[in-house]
Design a protein around this ligand. Sequence first.
Ligand code: OGA
Ligand code: NI
Length: 337
Amino acid sequence: MSDTSSSVPQKQLPSEGLQLQPMPVINLGHLSLDPTSRSSVVDDIARACRDLGYFQVINHGISQSVMDGAIEAATDFFNLPSETKEEYASDDLQQPVRYDTSSKDSISMSRAFLKHYAHPLCDWLQYWPQQPPIYRQTASHFTLEYMTKYAVEVRGVALKLMEAILEGLGLGKEYMHVKFDEGLQLLSVNCYPKASEGDTTIGLAAHSDYGLLTILLTSCRGLEVVDRSSNSWKVVQQLPHALHVHIGDHMEVLSNGQIKTVVHRAVQNPQEERISIASIHGFALHEKVSSAKELVDEKNPPKYKESSFNDFLEHLTANLDNRKRNFLESLECKGHI
Ligand code: OGA
Ligand code: NI
């Protein structure tokens, strides 16, 4: 199965100390209020997407206990003996579940991760880890718990956000509805050991996420983003009960460059082991994403070639030893069309 990110050249950008990045915070509950409130939230999301490529959402409808349950399931998985976790290890990016510990992918500096698909859940649940039991526990056919419940609920948030982003691009909330509905969801569950000796070190190197949209849940601070205006690293603040949202490479393609993907990395936390769960949302595996024709005209020719998630997996497989060129760069149309 997949990795989910394109490495970017290891730019030597300044880290501006521990300066926190001011964060747009979107109250998602307001999307379902009256039309005026909705359009003001849509405008706020559009602005955050255009100017920064990330924002956080509150009032998203996922309870704290569901978020805590997902972090607990992930923590328990990473606490398993190595032999049990290694059962899920594979170098084959096409595997439906994949565990790995370090830098074979050239961007995991100090990270263990488990990646698996999550939508449609009935197709993928069979591949999820059987240990710990709480990981894929379902209390009954109708009640999901822990990671399963979080996966389903966070996908609901992603669909709401997609509608708002498409509306903000002037495409309308129903745009390509079926492709989003049938799209894939991939969970990238990460564990970064506590930094030693109070030293903060890179856990996951600079990269942008593949897919349209990533929603990130983290147990503590450690995410950093490239701030475009100052071209420096900024620490993302950890707001209570918020989820962090990132624009992915394919959203840049779909919007024909109106919205840009965001380069980010993770640092180890000096106080504690850090767990993060990135939920990546895109079109189905073989479905091509191209620039929306409504956003292409003489003045704005298509900037990127079309591609699917599977094309990305093939790109990664072909460049495992040499990942200098990131995926988005490989899609850029050079010269005039
Ligand atoms: C990722 C990612 C950031 C984090 O999994 O793609 O960027 O904070 N994670 O773990
Ligand atoms: Ni990422």
